[in-house]
Ligand binder design. Structure first.
Ligand code: BMA
Length: 313
């Protein structure tokens, strides 16, 4: 494919959100979950505050590209109870899953005990209810599927391990609180663009042939790690079955605000919005500093997974 016709067409006015758009003091705006709610796009983005810890802000848009930020943050570390102990160092990289008339919010919770994942829920993006801490430590990037499958909730996540590369796992829950039946699905591929780490990106969305999942992959260079985006397709009835993982990346850091910033050479996604016209809006943080958006054709991404697949593990 020619570079003139990239798979992901960047929005011409990227970056779509920066710290200058935020009415309270923050150092960055990045790694946002995005969803369509009552005809408007809701973005829940991460910001480093001026003490270096992260909070989640909210922005809204009519067209999915021009966002206006709420005057106050949406989610900050809990001040009391169990959550306060595990969120004390910040909340990060929130994903939004629309399911059965509500929205599940999963995010990394940092504390002196390490990083684990929390689950909250909302119906209207005005009030939020924290549900449970759904992992132990050393695990990030929880993305829940937007439907129950075989009666159970399903999620992808990425445990950290010293003896096997950072890989994408799946697990299941009857009630959103207790998770199990875990299996490893996608491993980094040696000497490939994602050879160091892979991790779930946006919550997968349904297509006619499978669940499409935009994930991130990391390659270590002499100048540091490069974060890119790839795509995988999971079987609709049995998402533990990976139908294909695109051999090529779909997006890499290229724009100046992706190549340079707080963490250089990073594009990192937590959210996609599939549209009725067969396209998907993909949102990504650039260099852990700004938010960017682009559009891709869903059928092209599906074909990449099916026709140009590397092995999953
Ligand atoms: C990962 C996470 C992401 C971040 C990325 C690049 O490990 O911390 O939140 O975007 O590194 O710095």
């Amino acid at each position: 494919m020619k570079n003139k016709q990239p798979l992901v067409r960047r929005y011409r006015k990227n970056p779509i959100l920066t710290r200058d758009d935020v009415p309270y003091p923050v150092g960055t705006v990045h790694n946002a979950g995005v969803v369509k709610h009552e005809g408007r796009y809701i973005m829940l983005f991460r910001s480093h505050t001026t003490n270096g810890r992260s909070i989640i802000g909210k922005a809204e848009s009519r067209d999915g590209f021009e966002f206006k930020v709420d005057p106050e943050p949406f989610l900050v570390p809990a001040e009391k109870g169990l959550f306060s102990e595990y969120e004390a160092f910040g909340v990060e990289d929130l994903r939004i899953t629309p399911i059965e008339g509500e929205y599940l919010l999963t995010y990394s919770a940092y504390s002196r005990h390490g990083v684990r994942n929390a689950l909250a829920r909302t119906k209207d993006f005005k009030t939020v209810e924290r549900v449970a801490l759904i992992t132990q430590a050393d695990l990030r990037n929880v993305a829940i599927f937007p439907e129950r499958i075989g009666g159970r909730y399903v999620r992808l996540d990425r445990p950290h391990s010293e003896i096997t590369p950072w890989s994408i796992w799946i697990s299941y829950s009857p009630d959103l609180v207790h998770w199990g039946d875990s299996r490893m699905l996608i491993k980094p591929e040696p000497y490939h663009w994602d050879e160091m780490k892979v991790g779930p990106g946006a919550p997968p969305f349904r297509t006619d042939v499978g669940w499409l999942h935009v994930y991130h992959g990391v390659f270590e260079t002499m100048a540091g790690a490069v974060y890119r985006l790839g795509v995988a397709l999971h079987d609709l009835a049995d998402p533990a079955k990976v139908l294909g993982v695109s051999d090529r990346w779909i997006l890499q850091p290229e724009d100046p605000w992706e190549v340079t910033g707080y963490v250089p050479n990073v594009v990192f996604t937590c959210g996609t919005v599939p549209e009725e016209d067969g396209t998907v809006k993909i949102y990504w943080g650039g260099a852990d500093t700004v938010m960017c958006a682009g559009t891709a054709r869903i059928d092209e991404l599906v074909q990449l997974c099916l026709n140009n697949s590397r092995k999953a593990c």
